[in-house]
Design a protein around this ligand. Structure first.
Ligand SMILES: Nc1ncnc2c1ncn2[C@@H]1O[C@H](COP(=O)(O)OP(=O)(O)OP(=O)(O)O)[C@@H](O)[C@H]1O
Length: 512
């Protein structure tokens, strides 16, 4: 497929707000694409680079190159060239990168140059395109949209499903069943501002403790156990305690969903940093396991034996969980019948906080498991509210922080898929964090200024704040009071960051 065609569709999709038109445009594009184009077409449509980052800054991208008259570049050729670009390193790297970018831009028409520039600077990011792409794909291949959606959910990747569908037609969907040993993206939660609001919305529900650890999906097939993170990384080797626990359960084949967390000698949860440090460390697992032992605490089950439980109501899945996993290895919970029992839910939250946990997750008893979705059936309630924002730029520090990128420009997501700046912060950073972010943000820089760098909007950071206030200085018309960094969220993609709308909804008293 020609890059020119992709650039044209990308522009047309962005220009229309009608979902049916977007679907039609994408269906047409998929009809013209070959299966081999898919690993490039899908990320490019969403404004993502399959290579992640390329290390080309504004100095290179800012140079004007005369455009080609006719489109000749194919998407696969562009991908191969960007792959080459990503490999350049060592002395003279900048000059070599500039040469490669110059060559690529010189082979592109004006329209394609604009598209490539947007792609390389992270500006063509199109939010929420995946859902429309699923419909387009279904229409292009004659597969039922609901089945394509379920396959994408289970594969955890639109790209994998699209490639299979374009190569082999609707029969390929068979390959994407829930299978022990193949991880699926976990179900996620929305926020509610209070337990009362959550219970009001959900009716009959379970109120579960929210543990501040690391999400894990544990697959056991006979004597084999595999443990995956929320981003589907395999961390089995790092968690021997969890493997042993899974092998000790009475079932031979299952998939469990839960959290691993480390409890101190007093039985209280250790800080998130300690658990994360333990789970993140690959070296000398035996010593680490002795110093910071972790425990799995499960809250859901996706498969038992050969039965796929995803579509069962949560109440029934939990009954299966209780048969398989003994109580000390399950999250604590209370079940309430609806708003008339809100006092019980509130008592449970207070008790959970007392025991040192973060808050609760309130879950509808009748809801299926929606893998990879931030479903409305799970609502988290945390007294300390934090936001997941995206770093848009960073300023060089002064004094003790000279030579470090320090003051972060924070952006919330907009409905259109872009980002809008909400404020800045240099608070809450440890020395290690400053060193890490300096290196990481330099890699992401697309523009260097005397005051700092403007970066590709990639890095998600969790921010605590004391409130929201009106502001004429920031484009959203509001800014955060006393924003401070809690932690970086490398497990989150910028598409998962909080939106301006969510922020405004959480602060009904403040209007831009
Ligand atoms: N009982 C529980 N049920 C579901 N998730 C739980 C529970 N206890 C802890 N968690 C954790 O809380 C997360 C649910 O919140 P969400 O889906 O919004 O993820 P998140 O954005 O990482 O949230 P947060 O930053 O608040 O932890 C899960 O991914 C899981 O790691």
């Amino acid at each position: 497929m020609l890059l020119a065609r992709l650039a044209q569709v990308s522009r047309e999709v962005a220009a229309t707000s009608a979902r049916s038109r977007k679907t039609a445009l994408l269906a047409e594009l998929f009809r013209q694409a070959e299966a081999e184009d898919v690993p490039v077409v899908i990320p490019y449509l969403a404004g993502r680079l399959p290579q992640g980052r390329l290390g080309v800054g504004w100095r290179v991208l800012g140079r004007r190159v005369p455009p080609a008259a006719e489109p000749t570049l194919t998407v696969r050729e562009v991908d191969a060239r960007l792959g080459e670009l990503g490999k350049v390193s060592g002395p003279g790297a900048q000059a070599e990168r500039a040469r490669l970018v110059g060559e690529l831009m010189g082979a592109a028409t004006e329209d394609e140059q604009r598209f490539l520039l947007g792609l390389l600077t992270g500006e063509v990011r199109q939010g929420a395109l995946d859902a429309v792409a699923v419909e387009g794909l279904a229409r292009a291949t004659g597969a039922p949209a609901a089945e394509v959606r379920r396959a994408v959910m289970l594969a955890g990747s639109l790209q994998t499903v699209a490639q299979a569908l374009l190569a082999d037609g609707p029969a390929a969907l068979e390959r994407f069943r829930l299978t022990v040993g193949r991880p699926v993206l976990p179900m996620l939660a929305h926020s509610a501002s209070s337990v009362a609001e959550a219970v009001e919305k959900l009716g009959a529900c379970a109120v579960e403790e929210k543990l501040d650890g690391i999400r894990v999906q544990v697959h056991r097939d006979g004597g084999t156990v595999r443990i995956h993170t929320r981003t589907l990384d395999d961390i089995t080797a790092r968690l021997p305690e969890v493997t042993a626990a899974a092998l000790g359960l009475p079932g031979e084949r299952f998939i469990l969903d839960g959290e691993v967390i480390s409890f101190g000698p007093d039985g209280r949860p250790r800080s998130f940093q300690e658990t994360a440090g333990r789970v993140g460390s690959r070296l000398d697992v035996a010593t680490a396991a002795e110093e910071v032992p972790v425990s799995p605490v499960f809250f859901d089950v996706l498969t038992v034996g050969d039965r796929d439980l995803l579509d069962l109501p949560f109440a029934e899945r939990h009954a299966e969980l209780a048969r398989l996993v003994p109580e000390p290895m399950r999250v604590r919970r209370t079940v309430v019948s609806g708003p008339e029992e809100v006092a019980e839910a509130e008592r449970f939250l207070a008790d959970t906080l007392e025991r040192g946990h973060e808050g609760v997750v309130v879950k509808a008893l009748d809801a299926p498991y929606s893998a990879g979705r931030r479903g409305a059936a799970w609502l988290k309630v945390k007294p300390v509210h934090t936001l997941d924002l995206v770093v848009l730029a960073a300023e060089w520090g002064h004094g003790r922080r000279a030579g470090r990128l320090s003051n972060l420009h924070l952006g919330a997501r907009t409905a259109e898929g872009g980002f809008v700046m909400l404020g800045k912060t240099f608070k809450g950073m440890t020395d290690a964090m400053l060193a890490w972010q300096t290196e990481r943000l330099r890699d992401l820089a697309v523009e260097e200024r005397t005051w700092g760098v403007v970066v590709r909007p990639e890095l998600v950071v969790e921010i605590a704040y004391d409130g929201l206030q009106r502001s004429t200085r920031y484009p959203a018309g509001v800014t955060l009071r006393f924003a401070r960094v809690v932690r970086y969220r490398e497990d989150k993609r910028p598409e998962e960051a909080d939106t301006v709308e969510m922020l405004l909804a959480a602060h009904p008293g403040v209007r831009p």
